[in-house]
Write a protein that binds this ligand. Structure first.
Ligand code: S3P
Length: 165
């Protein structure tokens, strides 16, 4: 059984997931890193060359594998909930935590980050608002717990999560 983080890009899945894993003495894995190792290139390069649907196919395979076999903490990519099959697998196989961040907070964290292909657009703020609107219900449907990331520090958020487990 694993603890699985879902949420928008930049909501803190990797940072908080890593800290939580350290506190609990569990292994941590980020599905995006596993995907990049499998692809042999960055997600950004793969997106540009092969397109989003091909990326989603690889993501589905990796999520299926990790949700079955990884015993520990798993951070997923922001689009992990887009496919029904992924939502089902994550929900059934792990304890899923949705890190719910307002688009404005996410923008503050990721605005200088060039590694996120979905945000390489003219108006990333509008893109984030649209992603939040369309995905918030999907993250909620996948998760067992919703944690609003808003103001609290990473350490406080980790404590809040430990109390909910
Ligand atoms: C994506 C989020 C990214 C990565 C890919 C697609 C998305 O992960 O999987 O670029 O669709 O939101 P992060 O949430 O870790 O940035």
């Amino acid at each position: 059984m694993s603890i699985i983080f879902v949420g928008l890009p930049g909501s803190g899945k990797t940072t908080i997931g890593r800290q939580l894993a350290r506190r609990l003495g569990l292994p941590f894995v980020d599905s995006d890193h596993v995907i990049e190792a499998r692809l042999g290139c960055s997600i950004r390069e793969f997106f540009a060359r092969e397109g989003e649907e091909n990326f989603r196919d690889v993501e589905q395979q990796v999520l299926d594998d990790l949700s079955l076999n990884h015993q520990g903490v798993l951070a997923t990519g922001g689009g992990a909930v887009l496919r029904e099959v992924n939502r089902q697998h994550l929900h059934d196989r792990g304890h899923v935590i949705y890190l719910r961040s307002a688009p404005e907070d996410v923008y503050r964290r990721v605005r200088h980050d060039t590694g996120r292909p979905l945000l390489q657009v003219d108006d990333p703020m509008a893109r984030l608002r649209a992603l939040f609107e369309s995905r918030d219900p999907l993250y909620r449907a996948t998760a067992h717990h919703v944690i609003d990331t808003g103001r609290p520090s990473v350490a406080t958020l980790v404590n809040m999560i430990i109390m909910q487990l």
